[in-house]
Design a protein around this ligand. Structure first.
Ligand code: PXP
Length: 252
């Protein structure tokens, strides 16, 4: 079964915000991503609006033909935005003001009572709710109990190990991803994965057959500086599809 690619365009807005003007426009990037073969667009409106803002989300919903996946913290302000915009999917993520990026998954086991009303209210509004969690069996079990139909597994530890060339750490992290994905799939949850994925780390993750979607941002936007967004997305797609089919990736 084919694996979907969600392109996270947050960091187009990071570059835009560096100068305060409208360029580069993340909505234009999302349209280009759609033409290049992305299956969805992901964006994270953070409390500090360090990259995309709600105006970007509003325009994205109006002007982009792909399903929109809004990453959001479990706070009332974001819930109101989500209920107003009604994106296709909402992914609940942890958020700490001082962090550089989302450093780990949402601790749904430890924060069950905080997360539960957000899952319920988003589901009641018709959003496809996903929980961004670490690849742990406890987190998967609680995600199921919370009634979320989708989980997204945090791939950061595996990707970091690949970047560092630490084979033992990478093997252990990959095994954890495989176990969590299989367990979630058995429970009837749809499994997505993301964070820190590059050309070097995408293959083993995409080869896990129970993972249905990858969400990739920073690396694609960075690589686009060198080969354009169309080229970067095309190459990522090619590597994903090759890993999924079990064939060695042909040279581009
Ligand atoms: N998935 C989730 C839930 C995220 O929070 C992020 C980062 O915003 C990503 C995927 C994409 O991570 P990266 O930008 O490292 O590819």
């Amino acid at each position: 079964m084919a694996i979907r690619l969600g392109v996270n365009i947050d960091h187009v807005a990071t570059i835009r915000n560096a100068r305060g003007g409208p360029h580069p426009d993340p909505v234009r990037a999302a349209q280009l991503a759609a033409d290049a073969g992305a299956d969805g667009i992901t964006l994270h409106v953070r409390e500090d609006r360090r990259h995309v803002r709600e105006e970007d989300l509003f325009r994205m919903k109006e002007e982009v033909k792909l399903p929109i996946n809004l990453e959001m913290a479990c706070v009332e302000e974001m819930l109101e935005i989500a209920l107003h915009v009604r994106p296709h999917a909402c992914c609940l993520v942890p958020e700490r003001r001082e962090e550089r990026t989302t450093e780990g998954g949402l601790d749904v086991a430890g924060q069950h009572n905080t997360v539960a009303p957000f899952v319920r209210r988003l589901r009641d509004a018709g959003a496809r709710v996903s929980l961004f969690i670490d690849p742990s069996l406890v987190q998967v079990a609680v995600a199921e109990a919370l009634g979320a139909p989708v989980i997204e597994l945090h791939t950061g530890v595996f990707c970091e190990a690949v970047e560092e060339g630490d084979a033992a750490k990478a093997a252990e992290a990959l095994a954890a991803l495989q176990r969590a994905a299989e367990d979630a799939d058995r429970r009837g949850l749809e499994v997505h994965a993301g964070h820190g994925i590059t050309y070097a780390s995408v293959g083993p993750i995409a080869a896990i057959p129970t993972i249905k979607e990858l969400n990739i941002g920073h690396f694609l936007i960075g690589e686009a500086i060198f080969v354009g967004l169309t080229g970067a997305i095309g190459e990522m797609r090619r590597l994903m599809d090759a890993a999924r089919s079990g064939a060695p990736a042909p040279k581009s």
